[in-house]
Design a protein around this ligand. Structure first.
Ligand code: ZN
Length: 481
């Protein structure tokens, strides 16, 4: 029994409902992937399925479109599976219970998977139709987008002949994404030696920061608790010798850290001066961050211990040197797109281990060359003080294309249909488009999609009327000659 049979466009919601009955968490896309393969086979379409279950479906041009360049339609089949506490469902085995409320489609007690099920539904409705006009279509539906874009990374694109890509993984109608950042995680490691130290042990706690996403919120001038700790220790070092026992802060490289803790050994007679420095630093931070991060607290405490294993004076100095001098935050703004952060980095994790201190950065840039330079800078700095770096999770940028015929066409169609320009945006975070851009020569892409709200949460909902308008928009783009 169909719950969505009265919704328009019928064919889109028909497929949306079908795929909603197939569990499709990341890493477990087998069933949905096989469904897509069968769908294509039943319609005599050429289909490719790789080992990790990515699917590519080809449909030849309709009459009169044989000489128009192909269009690649792209989205991902996996979804984030969240459920309300107490709601009884096994999202690896059971389908979703869809519900309609006014203009919104949602799922009872769970995420909806509109991200990116709507792209799959659009693609299937187009592939199924014998009325829609279009050039050769190459539909790419990936796995594991939500968990690091492994599907797109592993995708073999040798069967792809097109270069014009319509990515349908955006969540705001009227907005068109035209570029995204590339990035990597860079781990900076400094070997340190611990020695027996005597004196007054003290603790420093920097907390109450707002934090945020290291891509989307790096431009808000919020404090980074790891780097604030570096600054405090630098101030303190100008007044007294310090030996670091440990210094730790943050949990994820891509989150701006909100709390950092340190334990230090200082001389007993410096106890009072230490507390004065805490007071002073609290005043400085309060003033500097009163708008961007008003709740920052600096707390210092004299501990009972009088001896401990602590880093040597020299190693302690090196740690402070790195915390103060390694770059952080925005490095460059884009000159192509107003307001876009081009290059940034975030020291997300600071951690003391048995024989080393490590600082883990999320590095991002919409220019490959700037990302590489920033990593080189970190490497140079670390090696200068006897440390090293390692890199993981490198993903490419989708660089802004000055001259994009497909983008111009997409804008022109939008203007014709709605009488206004779409909003052109770039994001300072990764998208699958970046990975595809590195695999497809002369890549020419726009990313769009219907209005969705609170994706990745149980409040996720899709605007039905927006899904209809974007559907009509997509069909107009396919119709262009
Ligand atoms: Zn998505």
């Amino acid at each position: 029994m169909s719950r969505l049979e009265n919704l328009e466009p019928k064919e889109v919601f028909h497929y949306f409902e079908e795929i909603s009955q197939i569990p499709r968490p990341s890493y477990k896309e087998g069933k949905i992937s096989d469904y897509l393969v069968k769908f294509a086979q039943d319609r005599n379409l050429t289909v490719y399925q790789d080992e990790i279950k990515n699917v590519v479906i080809i449909k030849e041009a309709t009459k009169g479109y044989e000489n128009v360049e192909p269009i690649i339609i792209q989205g991902h089949m996996d979804m984030v599976c969240e459920k309300e506490p107490g709601y009884d469902i096994d999202m690896e085995k059971e389908g979703l219970t869809l519900q309609v409320e006014g203009d919104y489609l949602s799922a009872k007690g769970t995420t909806l998977g509109g991200d990116d099920g709507i792209a799959v539904a659009y693609a299937l409705a187009i592939l199924d139709s014998d009325k829609i006009e279009h050039p050769r279509l190459e539909v790419i539906i990936t796995v594991c987008e939500e968990v690091g874009m492994d599907g797109a990374t592993a995708l073999d694109t040798s069967m792809i002949t097109g270069k014009r890509v319509l990515n349908l993984d955006s969540e705001e109608e009227g907005k068109m994404l035209v570029s995204c950042a590339g990035g990597c995680t860079t781990i900076c490691t400094l070997p340190v030696s611990f020695v027996q130290a005597n004196g007054q042990m003290v603790s420093v706690k920097i907390s109450g920061l707002l934090g945020g996403h290291s891509g989307n919120e790096i431009d808000k001038q919020r404090g980074n608790s790891n780097q604030l700790m570096g600054r405090f220790l630098c101030n303190l070092q100008n007044r007294m010798d310090i030996q670091i026992v440990k210094v730790n802060g943050g949990a994820k490289d891509n989150a701006i850290p909100r709390e950092t803790n340190a334990e230090l050994m200082i001389a007993k007679e410096n106890a009072k001066a230490f507390l004065e420095e805490i007071e002073k630093f609290q005043e400085i931070v309060k003033k500097e961050y009163q708008v961007s991060d008003p709740e920052i607290r600096i707390e210092g405490e004299l501990l009972k211990d009088t001896n401990a294993e602590a880093m040597s004076l020299e190693d302690s100095r090196k740690v402070v040197f790195l915390l103060v001098h390694l770059p952080g935050g925005i490095q460059r703004m884009s000159m192509d797109i107003k307001g876009l952060v081009e290059t940034s980095l975030n020291m997300g994790i600071l951690s003391t281990k048995e024989k080393e201190v490590s600082m883990t950065f999320s590095v991002r840039s919409s220019l490959k060359s700037q990302k590489e330079f920033l990593v080189a800078k970190l490497k140079s700095m670390l090696e200068f003080v006897g440390g090293s770096i390692s890199i993981r999770g490198d993903y490419p940028a989708w660089e802004y294309k000055q001259d994009s015929a497909f983008r111009n066409q997409a804008i022109a169609v939008y203007k014709r249909m709605y009488g206004e320009e779409p909003v052109i945006e770039a994001i300072h975070a990764g998208l699958e488009c970046g990975i595809l851009a590195s695999k497809i020569e002369d890549f020419d892409c726009v990313s769009t999609g219907p209005d969705m709200f609170d994706i990745h949460t149980t409040e996720e909902r899709l605007s039905i009327s927006s899904a209809k308008r974007v559907w009509e928009y997509v069909l107009e783009i396919l119709k262009c000659k």
